[in-house]
Design a protein around this ligand. Structure first.
Ligand SMILES: *Cc1c(COP(=O)(O)O)cnc(C)c1O
Length: 229
């Protein structure tokens, strides 16, 4: 059995996204693919840039900052980096140097540090999703969905942060549709106070087609494209 190339795996996922969008009566143009390149060297995003992809996700600051630097030296100004993992407050300053979208804004202490670091440069901007904790486990990253509106008010009070919407990772052993529906309901609630925060970051390699059915606008897909590592 011959292994598929990166271009073939990417093409396969793009075909599946297209079919799922058609099935859900959704416009393909409103679905953004973020390719999660964690655990892979900078060669991977560089190759993906050559294939026309430019949105990459990472979940660890140290790895991401080194990788983003190499990519920017090879392909200046082309990549957009999305930070998708749990972020410690002491990594905020570093993350802001290469990342323009944070998918995992999940607590007041992190917001406080973002406010502090962004205030140092009035031209600095960050787009952010509020991450929801869909499990019963408070140790998992994410905000309790019941606190969404009050937390969103705090985020909205910083004009340097553009609130894009909500993000969720479906729980292990849970029927993904149940969690995707909860994310969609939370998104609706958020839009009552912030109509422009209409985006939904949801869907990974194992469940992105279902996520599209529930309105996901930002798919965070790793291994289905990048292969295992
Ligand atoms: C790793 C990761 C992904 C991608 O996961 P795959 O199953 O490889 O597609 C998406 N979101 C987050 C937050 C991740 O950490």
């Amino acid at each position: 059995m011959t292994e598929l190339t990166l271009a073939q795996r990417l093409g396969g996922v793009q075909d599946r996204i297209r079919s799922a969008a058609t099935k859900a009566h959704r416009d393909l143009a409103e679905i953004q693919l973020v390719i999660v390149t964690k655990n892979h060297s900078a060669d991977l995003p560089i190759e993906l840039l050559e294939l026309g992809e430019s949105n990459f996700g990472e979940n660890r600051d140290q790895e991401a900052s080194a990788k983003a630097l190499i990519v920017s030296e090879n392909k200046p100004g082309l990549a957009t980096w999305h930070f998708v993992g749990q972020l410690q407050s002491n990594k905020v300053r570093s993350m802001l140097e290469y990342s323009s979208v944070l998918h995992s804004l999940d607590r007041a202490s992190l917001l406080k540090e973002l406010n502090k670091q962004l205030a140092k440069d009035s031209a600095a901007r960050l787009q952010a999703f509020i991450e929801l904790n869909l499990t019963e486990d408070p140790n998992r990253g994410g905000l309790d969905p019941n606190d969404l509106k009050s937390f969103a008010e705090l985020v909205l009070s910083n004009p340097q942060i553009q609130l894009l919407g909500v993000m969720g990772v479906v729980g292990l052993g849970v029927e993904p549709d149940v969690d995707f529906e909860r994310i969609a309901i939370a998104s609706q609630a958020l839009r009552e106070i912030a109509p422009e925060a209409k985006f939904i970051s949801a869907g990974m390699s194992g469940d992105f087609e279902e996520a599209i059915g529930f309105g996901a606008t930002h798919l965070r897909i790793g291994t289905a494209i990048t292969g295992n590592r």
